[in-house]
Design a protein around this ligand. Structure first.
Ligand SMILES: NC(=O)c1ccc[n+]([C@@H]2O[C@H](COP(=O)([O-])OP(=O)(O)OC[C@H]3O[C@@H](n4cnc5c(N)ncnc54)[C@H](O)[C@@H]3O)[C@@H](O)[C@H]2O)c1
Length: 440
């Protein structure tokens, strides 16, 4: 495959529906990093190495030196929002980064002004921005396609990716209009109100041949119609929901307990956060979208069906409360009731004082860089290898997702090796000992 990977030449445009906390932290962060004032901490594409060949070969390049990724200096940002704030204003309102830090890149941030959004308040009742497009779903999709083309031309971009960082839309379930491309396109023509705004962006991106990533829990591109389109148009897609904060911790701790055959009878997770995301999630129909993506994680890792003695009684509860004084500094508490030898009970308490968007920004960056790589490597449809970054990874219909972060990392690294024509690493390691035997 290596020879087939097109080089990352020219500029990469990252277009973001939803220029809020995550997006502005990503954009301001990259501007700061490109000025040499900080390092891209948390981004494995930039900071991590990858082992190639045998352990004794000592080949451990940085991932960014191993696979052809867009150079951070070649990235241009744009996006849409329902509010007119430029990215400097959005970042200042989000209050994730210090004002003095934002001021160092003020000019770059001020120059990024959102395009008018595709919005339907029925999907996010707690917001009421007016910087929005009008028209039927079909007209809106055409308008976004035009936005993408214009942006590409005006900014001289070689390639574009679209990354949904918009608010969490209300919970919806699969229905007929999502079931096939033909039904979906009829729905666009008929302005079917079941089609959410995020689906309109996803459709427009994929139709334009542009990779699409969904950083929120909404269904968006996780419907048969858009999977079909992504295959027909040969466009890579990935989702859902950036894996940060509490779920990141869960997918680190749970595989460890499961690996040591320790039982778990209860896992109570509560969060408080005070940013706009928290305000949107304060409505039950929007929280439901989040709850569904968060709940699946433990079920899959513990797999009570295969391990009934350890996990069949697991009680898993998640709460998120809006608490303005904390802003973007989310605080989460986990109480984990576990049991060991002879059923003796123990407890683990985790109190994570995280910064949500500080954890999300490098995830968003890596997803954009890797989905662009996937496209250049000729990969299309669902990119499950990016599940490492996602709370509720999109998989082939009927295929259970893998949530264990360590297995997800192996999958990601092996996919990079595969793309570059390197041997996959199984971690079996018997060959080292065979060599020892042979040498005697
Ligand atoms: N912050 C995190 O760490 C984190 C982690 C995982 C997932 N997420 C998800 O990422 C998304 C963004 O989070 P955030 O903290 O940046 O939220 P935010 O509220 O700060 O930003 C979201 C932005 O989207 C805009 N928006 C809403 N609907 C839109 C539409 N139809 N078109 C264009 N813009 C629209 C809002 O006006 C807002 O500016 C949320 O869905 C959130 O659940 C965030």
């Amino acid at each position: 495959m290596e020879n087939q990977v097109k080089k990352a030449e020219g500029k990469l445009g990252i277009l973001i529906p939803g220029l809020g906390a995550v997006a502005s932290t990503l954009i301001a962060g990259l501007a700061t990093i490109n000025k040499g004032l900080a390092k891209p901490i948390g981004s494995i594409s930039q900071m991590s190495t990858i082992r190639l060949g045998k352990r004794t070969e000592n080949r451990n390049p940085l991932i960014k030196d191993f696979v052809p990724l867009a150079n951070l200096k070649d990235i241009v940002f744009g996006g849409w929002d329902i509010y007119e704030d430029n990215v400097y204003e959005a970042a200042s309102n989000a209050r994730v980064l210090e004002q003095t830090q934002l001021d160092l890149v003020r000019e770059e941030l001020e120059s990024i002004k959102p395009m008018k959004a595709v919005f339907d308040r029925d999907f996010v009742k707690n917001l009421d921005g007016t910087h929005v497009k009008t028209g039927t779903r079909r007209e809106l999709a055409y308008a976004v396609i035009e936005d993408i083309q214009n942006f590409k031309q005006v900014n001289g971009c070689d390639r574009i990716v679209v990354l949904w960082c918009g608010s969490t839309e209300k919970y919806i379930e699969e229905c007929e209009v999502f079931s096939s491309l033909i039904n979906f396109e009829r729905g666009l023509d008929e302005d079917d109100k079941r089609i959410s705004p995020s689906m309109v962006y996803a459709y427009a991106a994929i139709k334009s041949g542009v990779p699409f990533v969904n950083g929120a829990p909404n269904l968006t591109c996780d419907i048969p119609a858009l999977i079909e389109l992504s295959i027909l148009a040969e466009v890579p897609i990935a989702g859902k929901d950036f894996k940060t904060g509490q779920t990141l911790m869960k997918t680190i701790i749970a595989p460890g307990l499961q690996a040591r055959a320790l039982g778990v009878s209860g896992w109570f997770s509560t969060n408080i956060l005070g940013n706009r995301d928290g305000y949107v999630l304060d409505r039950p129909e929007n929280f439901k979208s989040k709850e569904v993506t968060k709940l699946g994680v433990l079920e899959e890792i513990f797999d009570a069906e295969k391990n009934p003695d350890l996990y069949s009684d697991l009680y898993h509860k998640i709460r998120i409360n809006y608490y303005p004084p904390h802003g973007d500094s989310k605080e989460s508490w986990d109480n984990i009731d576990i049991f060991g030898w002879l059923g003796y009970k123990m407890q683990i308490k985790v109190n994570f004082l995280c910064r949500d968007s500080i954890l999300a920004a490098p995830v968003a960056l890596d997803l954009a860089l890797f989905i662009d790589l996937a496209k250049r490597a000729g990969m299309y449809g669902i990119q499950e290898w990016l599940s490492f970054y996602l709370k509720s990874p999109q998989t082939a219909p009927g295929l259970p997702p893998e949530h264990d972060i360590f297995k997800q990392l192996i999958k990601l690294q092996n996919t990079l090796r595969h793309i570059m024509g390197e041997d996959l690493i199984t971690h079996l390691g018997l060959d080292y000992y065979q060599e020892l035997v042979d040498s005697m």
